[in-house]
Design a protein. Structure first.
Length: 571
């Protein structure tokens, strides 16, 4: 590739006499004149020692850099934060999780802008870091390739595969007295045996599937578990691919179109993926200036067959999907059924259809089904709307037998209060537990409720108790759990007006969520309503609460591409 920097951002820091001070810094780091003359490629990771999800990213980044170098690019590695949900779960630390998605995007943007890098390869391992990295790519619109760090290997506990979800649910079993201290300790010691992100179709693996379906990751790059050395081949190929995109000037917004977002929503539904997909896809769309909100996502969920039998609704983990051919096999099944737009361009330089040529859904396996014989005819995630959620809500129905529920509200003002009640079994079968003031603004930070939902499930309440919240659920949540209720309580949404005993009806088949109150009664209660103060009146969580928007639009913190007066890639 000829090194013509006349239209590349790095010309500001590497070309001409005025860049002499900048070049002096590069010489200080051992760079040669040839390297300074080449395009600068940011290689961003979310490496840290917080959790197994991220621990292998640094090693994989080194191989990405070799791929960049092999195609006459100059890689510049940097890192950003991750808040890992498995560690943050069940306490106030979870308020930092969703906030970290936007901070990751912001910090990658600022690093790229500040140093005038020309292209980006981003590696991520844990839940919010995947959409955060993809958001930055679309926002900057420089040639970019995403790469997932890979999933964890399944643990083995008394002859069966287990994940961290089993440990969370075991806490509920322990509180119910059905397993002992020794049982719980034995399980926690074997559940997570390697590096990598949570093994079920929780948020990390859901968004890894999205990265391939939306076209920002190379085909099959997300499949191999994190410990597998075979990941190196994809890391090197990702570094090479970004140089090819730079040469051809193929940018993220050429890839992330409305049709690509629809493909992404299809794969979330077909895999029984995390409800968080309904939050992150609108946020990615916002970066491209595309209208694609929670209910648009749910419309696609509604008519997508559920065909991948993955945990938590099913029985398999990411390693099993990889062993039958990975995400391309799932995409092939969807394409064969007419559920994917095959003409969308991807970072391979080819279309989805071209990438899937020669891929077949193998016989003799029951991980991925055909769309003609699905596990269920509609997607694993369903949108709800009604007088309790005028801006919508979302529920994961994969693996659920009962999809209607009516019961009296049992209202909690925060997750801690609800978890304490669940631990003491202070609820009745048939109750609808309501956890409010946990939305993006009211939390602040829109916590996940896995500790509470897993404890409920572990106590044997599957289908006997429902839970609704303006917060979120983990991709590992199962049971009758409705999240993302909007408008949230903090802005006067109906969920903030509920009282104990109000009758709530949920119908995941019809897509409705209603409270048995008249408009007049709701309006009368609204006149008496006052917002609840939270404890975060300074710092990052306060700042987030000032700018974050509604869950309907992805809980974004800025106006997105629609308000742009310039795009970084064209500076």
């Amino acid at each position: 590739m000829a090194t013509d920097k006349s239209k590349l951002p790095s010309r500001y820091v590497s070309v001409g006499p005025e860049s002499a001070p900048h070049r002096s810094y590069y010489y200080a780091m051992g760079m040669t004149e040839e390297e300074i003359a080449q395009p600068f490629v940011g290689v961003a990771t979310c490496w840290n020692e917080a959790a197994p999800c991220n621990i292998s990213l640094n090693r994989q980044a080194q191989v990405v850099k070799l791929g960049v170098k092999s195609k006459q690019g100059t890689p510049r590695e940097f890192t950003t934060i991750t808040v890992t949900d498995g560690i943050a779960m069940g306490h106030a630390g979870m308020k930092s999780s969703l906030v970290s998605r936007d901070l990751i995007a912001d910090s990658v943007e600022l690093t790229m802008r500040g140093h005038c890098y020309d292209a980006l390869v981003g590696l991520a391992g844990c839940d919010k870091s995947l959409p955060g990295m993809m958001m930055a790519m679309v926002r900057l619109n420089v040639p970019s390739v995403f790469m997932y760090g890979g999933s964890i290997l399944p643990g083995r506990f008394r002859g069966r595969d287990v994940t961290v979800q089993d440990v969370f649910e075991a806490v509920g079993e322990h509180s119910a007295g059905t397993i002992s201290d020794d049982d719980l300790h034995e399980l926690e010691c074997v559940a997570c045996p390697s590096a990598g992100a949570c093994g079920g179709q929780f948020t990390a693996n859901t968004m890894a599937c999205v990265s391939e379906a939306i076209g920002l990751a190379l085909p099959a790059s997300s499949g191999a578990p994190a410990p597998y050395e075979s990941r190196d081949a994809y890391a090197e190929a990702s570094g090479q691919a970004v140089m090819n995109l730079l040469e051809k000037n193929i940018r993220p917004r050429d890839i992330v179109t409305r049709k690509a977002l629809e493909n992404a929503a299809r794969i979330v539904a077909a895999s029984g993926g995390s409800t968080n997909g309904g939050l992150h896809l609108p946020a990615i769309a916002n970066e491209a200036g595309i209208d694609f909100d929670l209910m648009d996502v749910c419309d696609i969920f509604r008519d997508t067959p559920y065909i991948a039998d993955l945990k938590p609704g099913g029985k398999y983990v990411a390693k099993d999907l990889y062993e039958v051919g990975g995400v391309p096999v799932l995409m092939r099944a969807l394409l064969d059924g007419g559920y994917l737009h095959g003409d969308c361009i991807t970072v391979s330089g080819k279309t989805i259809g071209e990438n899937l040529e020669g891929i077949e859904v193998p016989d003799g396996q029951d991980v991925v089904y055909s769309t003609s014989k699905p596990i269920t005819p509609t997607g694993g995630v369903v949108g709800l709307k009604g007088n309790l959620a005028p801006e919508g809500a979302i529920v994961k129905v994969a693996g659920m037998e009962k999809q209607q529920f009516t019961g009296p509200a049992r209202v909690f003002e925060c997750e801690e209060d609800a978890f304490a009640a669940v631990e003491k079994r202070e609820y009745e079968e048939g109750d609808v537990l309501v956890i409010r003031n946990e939305g993006p603004k009211g939390g602040p930070g829109m916590r996940e409720m896995l500790s509470t939902t897993a404890a409920l499930y572990g106590q044997g309440t599957d289908g006997k108790v429902a839970l609704i919240t303006d917060g979120r659920f983990s991709g590992a949540t199962r049971g009758f759990c409705i999240g993302h209720v909007g408008p949230e309580a903090a802005v006067g949404g109906p969920i903030g007006l509920l009282k104990d005993g109000d009758m709530i009806s949920i119908d995941a088949v019809a897509g409705t969520i209603e409270v048995d109150l008249s408009d007049d009664e709701l309006e009368a209660r609204r006149k008496d309503w006052k917002p609840r103060d939270h404890d975060y009146q300074s710092g990052a969580l306060w700042r987030y609460a000032q700018t974050v928007g509604s869950t309907l639009d992805g809980a974004v913190t800025h106006p997105g591409a629609k308000a742009e007066t310039h795009v970084y890639a064209d500076i």
